[in-house]
Design a protein around this ligand. Sequence first.
Ligand code: ZN
Length: 546
Amino acid sequence: MTKNVLTFLIIITLSAMLLSAEFDFITTAERTEYKNTSTYDDVMTFLFEAQKKSDKLQVLTLTTSTEGRMVPLVVIGSEQIKSPQELKLTGKPAVLINANIHAGEIEGKEAVLMLIREIITGKFNGILDNQVILLTPIFNADGNDKFGKNRGDNGPELAGVRYNGQQLDLNRDCIKLESPEMKALVRLLNEWDPVLFVDLHTTDGSFHREPVTYTTMLDPNADPKLSGYMWKTFFPAVAETLKKKYGFDSLPYGNFVDRTKPGKGWESDAVGGRYATNYVGLRNRFTVLDENYAHADFKTRVLGSFGFIKSILLYTGEHIREMREMVIAADRETKTGFHKTNFALEYKNEKLMELSIKSYVFELVKIKPEDRDKYPPWYKDYYAKKTDVFKDYTVDYISDPVPTRTVPLPEAYIILPFRENIVTVLKNHGIVVERIRSPFTTAVENFVVKKVELANRLYQGNVFVKVTGDYETKADVTIPEGSYFVSMEQTLARLLPVMLEPESEDGLVAWGFFNRVLVSQWRNQPQLYPVYRLHNADIPMERYQE
Ligand SMILES: [Zn+2]
């Protein structure tokens, strides 16, 4: 045999081997020894190969991103499930795990791929006996491949960007629903109704040694029984599994109140409904915000996140039915009783519990006047420099938003006609909105706008609007035909005041939805706020659902 023929035969044999080689289900992070993160194509190939290998897993389309990418929804169950109807037939509750909402915060994406590998190769058996797992492994598909030195994390060097294809932060879009991704996620919540929502992030705050941090819904208008269960029952059990079974320390998410004096406390105060975990909490479903610690190396973050996800699924694998009972009860109580309570407009963050943080000794370093601009204004004269000496701090965890200003809730809201943008966004959330067929006269409460103020900076493409004023009761107001009736006696009632109360921090007024009608065109005078409140909705009126 000539040398050429031999070479030819070797090439043919190698090619055949390569073609028949099975996909190895090794992630890009693992293959590169945690130097790189998976591209969009890496993720999609992994998912479709997993679907080929196992009938436990289905890859569906959640939506199409602004730049035209398929945003995948992966459904994993012991039965083949391709639709919410098929999920209902199994009788099993679902858990939703969302990765890459901020596409530079990547370890959740790597961890859910590893989870898929374990499930389809039978290494995480039993986890599907009582639950169905929904995964959105690359939620911000458009941000993932915009690789750059976008983050100051402890590796990898290159990661995607925070924003989506519209330059929107998806984790601020939960009330206004401007992005295809968040609209689709809300549709998923309405159709698949996961009992628990887990959102995976990376945080670069105060220095500590726990690689995993967590919190749950914080909005003071959410059902406190659900967050109480998370803090008292769920997190202690999950954190124990994470430590005992997977070897990782974890800590409630937060930052030192004062970095120069760590003993003053540990605080977390991202409270509004614009954040996904708060938003889902307002819908009476359990939520976990996972923030992996950016100063831990990439491998530790991926494995910590992976261990955390598995610890959560081991817990829900045993307790998901009791959790479902709780959210059904929360729905029932919201529908029948929420309107009899008060809505928190303002709050003060108070002590939730005491906790211990594995941290360091810090040295105070005076900031030179010429360096002052390099530090945020709240740093004042000193910054706290981390030393390598370990020190643990037992401090108050300041993360219980206690209402300081409230307004009594009505039985229903009435939105005057020709406010299609308001009605559309309410319906996109799954809120029941009815149309009034013929005019009637009744007593209403109306918010009299006294002042309209605009923020002095752009935020998410928006200039925040703040209104101040008072409610006035008006007798014998005629509600015109074509107005919209929104009852508070519905399971999503907690979202309604968040969106419709004019002074709500995350309201549709704040987000600019009412800009065209808040002031008169020529004289800039405050105008009628076109939403009425009914304290007695039990009045005869003809209405229908469009
Ligand atoms: Zn994030």
